[in-house]
Write a protein that binds this ligand. Structure first.
Ligand code: NAD
Length: 480
């Protein structure tokens, strides 16, 4: 059986791909198991050398990959290039930093075990299954793929059914630089193929997608106690304080909310603005949103079903007293940038992920109110704060995994920073040292260097040892 990927702007067929059955998925995982042993044996240096060669291919052929991304998602070529550039930088970071983050390190043995030499090392898990979304079909899965590979694992990747061609391009180019073993394989299809990957006996599943699918993935993985990493949706807020650079905040809000037609997990969906600068902010946002060229600067909505969700959020907000200062209507697969004000806080447009080019802008009388409202959703992925003096303090009060101060989404482009959320946005981290450790198992080893004066782990332990140890521990920890 096969399926087609379509260009969402034209409905033209971009490519035809197999729907892999559970048996085929299992066979891929079995091949990956052998490849994982070979890849792990290469060590950090051998893997870094190959990942660096792959990074070179991605860089030299980035424009060609951007064509595939553009065709399957509808996003402008320049936006496709941007996500590829970030993915290349992350791949380089993961390859370069894996030895330092995961390699063997000494740990202090402590006074009671002073005769021991203690170390910890992060070893590969084996085979990692990666299940990806379509909205950033290179950048998002590569946050798992590149880090899992750098940590010494083989990867079986199930891309979104909307972007199988992008997955195929990545797997083929990797195979061209690592032809010896199937270290990075592709399986394609719909939810059933993803579910089969969850049940295939992989050592971990790294999932990026919606919270609803995340729950199904966890349930499937629970059957075999397969650990999971869940990167789910968001409802990110941008806070504008009275001392903010209002022009910069408006620019960031419009780009953060409307670029990629709003189909960004860490896209800005809500803005809370201090009353002192509200009017100025709103007029700047309106002018900037009106200037966005639909069809040129933003593409169509990739997933047909999403159009109804976006329009549903807008009409629900309007029917409950909100006003659309820009947009608010339109037809077909292209949704106009839409700026909503006076939206009730319990409306879907404020509480649920819209995943479209919309922003709700809400006036607040204090930044305390802004923080409370920003934190009042089930999600907790990213966020942004604009303030000349209070940025970092406000950022710390947001219940989210990442915050940019005086910019937007910048955390995603810093490879050393962990990326991930809390609540309905999921758990676990990609990127950074945390992202490397996510795909490794820590192994603790302690080696006895000499016989201890007080041997605790023996039936030959005399009573006086117990008395001495009790005295020692009282001396160390028993003082008032
Ligand atoms: P989705 O949940 O519909 O699909 C994601 C993937 O899961 C696809 O490959 C799909 O085939 C697969 N899948 C579907 N059902 C499955 C099942 N029962 N078992 C196993 N796999 C299954 O999500 P989407 O529409 O592709 O992506 C959009 C969502 O992803 C948004 O909610 C967005 O916020 C989120 N997202 C999150 C991040 C992040 O890092 N936190 C990044 C990008 C996108």
């Amino acid at each position: 059986m096969t399926f087609e990927s379509l260009n969402p702007a034209t409905d033209e067929v971009v490519g035809t791909h197999p729907v892999h059955s559970p048996d085929e998925v299992e066979a891929a995982v079995a091949r990956a198991r052998t490849a994982a042993g070979w890849w792990a044996e290469l060590g950090f240096a051998g893997r870094a050398e190959r990942l660096t060669r792959w990074k070179g291919v991605l860089t030299r052929r980035a424009a060609e990959l951007a064509e595939v991304v553009s065709a399957e998602t509808g996003k402008p070529h320049a936006d496709a290039m941007l996500e590829i550039i970030l993915a290349i930088d992350h791949t380089a970071w993961a390859a370069r930093n894996a030895p330092k983050v995961l390699g063997r390190k000494r740990r202090p043995a402590g006074l009671l075990m002073a005769n021991q030499s203690a170390t910890v090392e992060y070893l590969p898990l084996g085979v990692v299954g990666v299940i990806g979304p379509w909205n950033y079909p290179v950048f998002t899965p590569m946050g798992s793929i590149a880090y899992a590979l750098a940590a010494g694992n083989a990867v079986v990747f199930k891309p979104s059914e909307y972007t199988p061609g992008v997955g195929q391009w990545l797997a083929e180019t990797f195979a061209s630089v690592v032809p010896e073993q199937p270290v990075f394989q592709l399986v394609t299809g719909f939810g059933e193929t993803g579910a089969a990957l969850c049940r295939s006996g992989v050592d971990k599943i790294a999932f990026t997608g919606s919270p609803g699918t995340g729950k199904k993935i966890m349930a499937a993985c629970a059957e075999t106690l397969t650990p999971v990493l869940i990167e789910a949706g968001g409802k990110d807020a941008l806070l504008v304080d009275s001392d903010a650079d209002v022009e910069a905040a408006a620019d960031a809000a419009v780009w953060g909310g409307i670029s990629n037609a709003g189909q960004t997990c860490v896209g800005i969906e809500r803005v809370y603005v201090h009353a002192d600068v509200y009017d100025q902010f709103v007029s700047l946002v309106v002018a900037k949103a009106q200037a966005v060229e639909v069809g040129k600067q933003i593409g169509p909505i990739t997933m047909p079903g999403q159009v109804d969700i976006i329009r549903g959020h807008i009409t629900d907000a309007l029917s409950r007293g909100a006003r659309a200062l820009v947009g608010g209507n339109g037809s077909g697969r292209f949704v106009e940038p839409t700026i909503l004000v006076d939206v009730p806080e319990d409306a879907a447009a404020v509480q649920e992920e819209t995943f479209g080019p919309t922003l709700t802008v809400t006036k607040v009388s204090s930044m305390d109110e802004a923080v409370t409202k920003a934190n009042n959703t089930r999600y907790g992925l990213g966020g942004a704060v604009f303030s000349r003096t209070n940025g970092a303090a406000l950022a710390r009060r947001l219940r989210s995994g990442m915050v940019s101060v005086n910019s937007v989404i910048s955390f995603a482009g810093i490879p050393s920073l962990p990326f991930g959320g809390t609540g309905d946005s999921g758990f676990g981290r990609i990127h950074g040292p945390e992202g490397l450790r996510e795909f490794a198992r820590p192994q603790a080893i302690t080696r006895q260097r000499f016989r201890a004066p007080l041997t605790l782990t023996s039936f030959r332990r005399p009573e006086k040892t117990d008395t001495r140890v009790t005295k020692l521990i009282t001396l160390l920890h028993g003082r008032r």
